[in-house]
Ligand binder design. Structure first.
Ligand SMILES: Cc1ncc(COP(=O)(O)O)c(C=O)c1O
Length: 399
């Protein structure tokens, strides 16, 4: 408020005409174009006839009739939307059943469903920390966890990738007593696996909590797809909290936090991305429940995803490309530059193979890549086609 009585002075950099107020966006867009970082939406048809190596539908369940049919039936029974936030009218019996089944499947005491994995991560990180806490994170965690750290007001130490000794050092030198160590299980860009056992042991030693984002582990790793946390023997551990998305292996939409009952109770009372957000649509809850049912009935699906990812990686590597060894479904192929990555992905699409193209700022290390995702329903013919298109269209500098 201006209390001096004099007219406020205008900053001289602000344009006077209203039509100029967003001129700076064009300047920013020009800079992104010069750096090869323009992003384009490419709406797909319902049956594009492409070989999809870009989506996260690892088990091929998004279009499975049992899953899509459950979503359709739930929409007709419960309505197209949830009608309100979870604490008002948005919690249906479907949400409660999904939470019960998710917790049971993954071996956690309890679960809480959010409208997305992003919201689950924001809610878990902020509600479990705050200004009185310290956070120690791997430097390659997912953007949703990074946003949670930023919103948390905690002291945040970002440490080297997959480095339990660096985590231990940050914990030993922290200034706040309460602390949360945050990591992805399978890292979304390169598809490598965090040393969860060592991280959990470090957390136990220091008496702090571990939060693992198992978005890419659920449905792919662990006994019958129970996830990387389960595989590491940490399911039900009293100091471990897991977040998952329902939008990858489960082919649906939404997210969840799994952990000790008192953690879930705390989130219901305090997680702002839970409280002030319309609940997950009943159709998505029903789809995720049906997908869990398929996973339980067909426990061989996760193994097929990993086998396909391994084969893709081995064959592309043998063709001279720089490719990661996948821990789960994600295979990453280095590209020489952002522009070359975009051109390469476009040439793959022209040949009917859709691949992901990751460039800064989506990649933490500044290296542009094609990101490929394997699926349980890929055939040998699909893999042959994928390998030949990706290698035939590769820029010379990719080898
Ligand atoms: C590691 C990781 N965490 C969280 C999310 C966010 O999940 P959702 O897409 O359900 O918001 C994603 C997905 O994009 C992810 O890859």
């Amino acid at each position: 408020m201006n209390t001096s009585g004099s007219a406020p002075t205008k900053p001289d950099t602000v344009p006077t005409e209203p039509e100029h107020v967003f001129d700076w966006l064009d300047t920013e867009a020009d800079k992104r174009a010069a750096a090869g970082l323009v992003r384009r939406l490419r709406p797909r048809g319902s049956d594009a006839g492409e070989l999809d190596l870009a989506g996260n539908d690892y088990l091929g369940l998004a279009r499975d009739k049992r899953v899509a049919g459950a979503a359709a039936a739930a929409a007709l029974r419960w309505g197209a939307g949830a009608t309100g936030s979870r604490l008002v009218t948005g919690s249906t019996e479907l949400h409660a059943e999904l939470e019960h089944e998710l917790a049971r499947f993954c071996g956690a005491q309890a679960a809480l469903v959010f409208s997305s994995g992003f919201a689950a991560n924001l809610g878990a990180v902020t509600a479990l920390t705050g200004a009185e806490a310290a956070i120690v994170t791997d430097r390659y965690i997912h953007a949703s966890l990074i946003e949670g750290c930023r919103l948390s007001r905690a002291d945040v130490a970002v440490v080297a990738h997959c480095d339990p000794a660096a985590v231990a050092h940050a914990l030993a030198t922290r200034r706040k007593r309460r602390a949360l160590v945050v990591t992805d299980s399978v890292f979304s860009v390169d598809g490598d696996l965090a040393p969860l056992g060592e991280l959990a042991a470090t957390c136990r030693e220091h008496g702090v909590a571990l939060l693992v984002d198992d978005a890419h582990g659920l449905g792919v790793l662990g006994d019958g797809g129970r996830g990387a946390v389960h595989e590491a023997g940490l399911a039900g551990a009293p100091n471990v909290v897991t977040t998952v998305t329902l939008s990858k292996s489960l082919g649906a939409q939404g997210g969840a936090v799994l952990g000790p009952r008192r953690v879930i109770r705390h989130l219901v009372d305090t997680a702002r991305s839970f409280i002030f957000d319309t609940a997950l649509a009943p159709a998505s809850a029903a789809a995720a429940l049906a997908a869990l049912g398929v996973l339980k009935a067909e426990p061989e699906l996760p193994g097929r995803v990993c086998a396909a990812a391994g084969e893709l990686s081995a064959r592309l590597g043998a063709a001279g490309l720089s490719v990661t060894a996948p821990a789960a479904a994600v295979v990453s192929v280095s590209a020489p530059s952002p522009d070359e990555a975009v051109g390469w992905a476009a040439r793959c699409a022209e040949h009917g193979v859709r691949v992901g193209c990751f460039r800064p700022p989506s990649v933490p290390d500044g290296v542009s890549r094609l990101r490929l995702t394997a699926r349980a329903d890929l055939t040998e013919a699909d893999l042959d086609r994928a390998v030949s298109v990706i290698t035939d269209t590769a820029p010379p500098a990719a080898r």
